[in-house]
Write a protein that binds this ligand. Sequence first.
Ligand code: HEC
Ligand code: HEC
Length: 305
Amino acid sequence: MSDFTSNFWSVYVAGITVVSILACLLLLWVTGKAKATTASDNTTGHVWDGDLREMNNPLPRWWAWLFVITIVFALVYLALYPGLGTYAGKLAWTSSGQHQTEVDKGNAETAPLYAKFSAMKPEDVAKDAQAMAIGERLFMNNCAQCHGSDARGNKGIPNLTDNDWLGGGTPEIIKADITKGRIGMMPPMAAAVGTADDVKNVAQYVLSLSGSPHDSVRAALGKEKFVVCAACHGPDGKGMQALGSANLTDNIWLHGYGEAAIIAMINGGKTNIMPAHGDKFSEAQIHVLASYVWGLSNKGGVAAK
Ligand code: HEC
Ligand code: HEC
């Protein structure tokens, strides 16, 4: 209702509500009165099915009182709760307020638990079964839609259970990734590389970095052109986590394996976005969630390969 720019609709809606209730009262009053009848046997003269006659009796008392009670209920309800236009009601109840109260209650109940986890190192939180159960639920509700319920990712979305990181896999970096999100940005590079043939050669060189099957003549030619890539991926192609550039030597392919996929990367570039989640969670929740994610690739404190 607060969306209205003037008072008119509020008054209009409240007016209809009040008039409707008064009309109910009027109806009750009118039908409650005994009608003048011309017939001596108290029938109205209406006959159905041969011999079914309508009598001219007033409403039963109990029925009339039920009607009155519903009207009184409506008036009391409208005084206490929102219902009359924009009038908020004496109790000032709102659905969002009720939701907030429940959220606050839940937060107050879990506060001591989160305080305990916040005081622990992420490496220790990752060993706590209760914290990991909470972390898993947070992950399933907020991260699994992209990273998968097993956290192994998908094309373009990193696997979080291996130890191959675009940004670095320390709990602090994972926390920053969750809070601020990530943007992996590789510009289209074809113009900088040269002709389509040069692009193919560089792609073959990239394949050679991970020991994948490749054309060694083309790879040798592509190596020279790789200098334009080295600015981000490093001279050895191992990537730079500060830039979020992928390691090209590990045979883990976020954007697809093979010459065609690499050529597509060089020609088209890629802007890969992980949305920020800082507003969704409390700091303590991010602490537990980051510990959970860290634990996925460090089972029992031992780093995965
Ligand atoms: C809309 C899809 C989406 C959602 C939701 C999402 N992510 Fe991501 N996430 C991505 C993408 C895409 C990347 C890769 C970003 C890049 O290229 O730098 C990524 C990257 C990451 C990274 C860095 C991986 C690395 O290799 O450095 C971490 C950690 C991460 N996500 C954790 C999470 C957690 C925890 C959640 C839940 C709070 C989450 N993500 C929710 C899409 C998503
Ligand atoms: C300005 C920095 C930058 C330059 C220059 C650059 N890249 Fe990238 N590259 C990136 C980033 C960042 C990613 C990771 C994208 C993401 O987050 O998903 C990437 C990803 C890739 C991938 C995908 C890796 C995978 O796991 O699927 C390939 C292949 C690649 N780059 C090849 C190249 C080649 C070849 C060149 C040179 C022609 C090049 N890049 C130049 C920043 C760069």
